[in-house]
Write a protein that binds this ligand. Structure first.
Ligand code: FES
Length: 112
């Protein structure tokens, strides 16, 4: 089973986490099932950017993002080449290292 490492994030998972994943699960669902509360404002329908993550290792093993995902990602806070929407990024059979962005767009508009 692939292993997915979540790097520490101050609020969402201060200790980080190392999880065993079933191939075929989205990064977002995997995190939520393990108590890592990634935001998912559109209920994982690829219509927001709150589930944005960086895939620091293993990015190539994920399927190509769809055009819809790319369009949404363009609006995400802190877009990087490693960026994916975690509800659309499906774990394949490679290990992954995932980093959560410091902010989501919701937080940026509320607090910053
Ligand atoms: S939860 Fe909205 S795009 Fe992933």
């Amino acid at each position: 089973m692939p292993q997915v490492i979540f790097l520490p994030h101050e609020e969402i998972c201060p200790e980080g986490a190392s999880l065993e994943a079933q191939s075929g699960i989205s990064i977002c669902d995997l995190a939520l099932q393990n108590g890592i509360e990634i935001e998912h404002a559109c209920e994982k329908s690829c219509a927001c950017t709150t589930c944005h993550v960086y895939v620091r290792e293993g990015l190539d093993s994920l399927g190509e993002p769809t055009e819809d995902e790319e369009d949404m990602l363009d609006k995400a806070w802190g877009l990087e080449p490693d960026s994916r929407l975690s509800c659309q990024a499906i774990v394949a059979d490679s290990d992954l290292v995932v980093e959560l962005p410091k902010y989501t767009i919701n937080q940026v508009s509320e607090n910053h």
